[in-house]
Ligand binder design. Structure first.
Ligand code: UDP
Ligand code: MG
Length: 339
């Protein structure tokens, strides 16, 4: 049992296969991986007798992603292709995909096959044991730069300390969720979304599934350092106001320094030692200016988020939806049983 998994006594095993399964896959300029992804999904879907839908969300791609997804949804009945009006970002594309699902269990995975679809049966086994969330936790991460791994390492540890929320380390968004966990997640409509943190926040029974994370199958990462940094800032600002407290600490520390400085100057004056004021004046102006701007910047991050939340714009806009796999599957099974 992992640190985050719940004791067996608290869970009610389901002892059955899910009635229906949904997969959510955000895609941004992924034309190179889509044919292989489709092949692997076909293999997975053929193993299940229950209805399976795969919701592929095109997050405003500029390459051939949409034409491929539209073609797949025409040819494979299990595919639902959703095209967003523009690029809204990975976390929002996941949210859109979740909103579109109807399955009893939902699995989120990346398009680049770094989250192997072949692990889904193992996740479903844990779901049968009564878990509501089964998240993929990386044992080894192949093909990622040292800087990226170090950033992830430092982020998870810092986040846990300052936010007081245990987001399992070394995880992405690869996870299976029971319908009740999906409903809970959908009720959180905050604009700046850190999905894996939000899933931790909802609780229920969660378990890790350890796996070796392979390299991206093709193409390049859509998460350059800048985007990872913004996600980290979103994560921190949406779960804690610790940085604002840090601003107060900075203020207190600077005031303490100023008092110390005044004390030293007076003591030197009494001892008859005087020195030119220009250097110390410049130093204190720069120090105070720097501290004030930093504090204002931190405050600005929160005020900006309050502003955006206050606007109440929709989280995303959909351009096109193609295919309705679960509806047709449920419909045909109704016909089969004559209802
Ligand atoms: N993605 C997206 N919108 C974006 C950026 C990425 O939908 O603006 C998708 C991308 O297509 C992939 C997933 O998010 O399916 C994760 O991206 P990527 O694999 O590039 O991230 P990495 O694994 O390098 O952190
Ligand atoms: Mg990837």
């Amino acid at each position: 049992m992992t640190a985050n998994s719940s004791p067996a006594s608290a869970r009610t095993p389901r002892h059955r296969e899910p009635h229906s399964i949904s997969l959510v896959i955000p895609c941004y300029n992924e034309e190179d991986v889509l044919p292989e992804l489709r092949r692997r999904l076909q293999e997975l879907v053929s193993q299940y007798s229950c209805p399976v839908e795969v919701v592929l969300v095109d997050d405003g791609s500029k390459d051939n992603t949409w034409s491929l997804l539209a073609q797949y949804s025409r040819e494979d009945k299990f595919i639902k292709a959703v095209r967003l009006a523009r690029n809204f970002g990975h976390q929002t594309a996941i949210t859109c995909g979740l909103d579109q699902t109807r399955g009893e269990v939902v699995v989120i995975l990346d398009a680049d096959l770094q989250d192997p679809p072949e692990l889904i049966p193992d996740m479903i086994k844990d779901w049968r044991d009564g878990y509501d969330v089964v998240y993929g936790q990386r044992k080894v991460r192949h093909g990622e730069s040292f800087a990226k791994k170090f950033f992830a390492f430092a982020f998870y540890r810092t986040f846990e300390k300052i936010a007081g929320l245990k987001v399992p380390r070394d995880t992405g968004d690869f996870r299976l969720m029971d319908r009740r966990a999906v409903n809970a997640l959908q009720s959180l409509r905050e604009r700046h979304r850190f999905v894996r943190g939000m899933v931790s926040w909802i609780g229920y029974h969660q378990k890790a599934l350890l796996y070796d994370r392979p390299e991206r199958f093709a193409g390049t990462t859509k998460y350059p350092f800048r985007k990872s940094l913004f996600l980290a800032i979103d994560a921190i600002t949406s779960f804690t106001y610790a940085p604002l407290r840090l601003a107060s600490y900075l203020g207190i520390a600077t005031s303490a320094l100023a008092f110390l400085y005044i004390f030293v100057v007076i003591a030197l004056k009494i001892l008859g030692i005087s020195f030119s004021g220009y250097t110390s004046l410049m130093a204190s102006i720069l120090l105070l200016g720097g501290v004030q701007l930093t504090v204002l910047g931190i405050l600005g991050e929160y005020v900006g988020r309050i502003f955006e939340q206050g606007q109440q714009r929709p989280l995303y806009l959909i351009d096109t939806i193609q295919g309705e796999p679960l509806e047709s599957a449920q419909h045909s099974s109704c016909k089969a049983c004559g209802q």
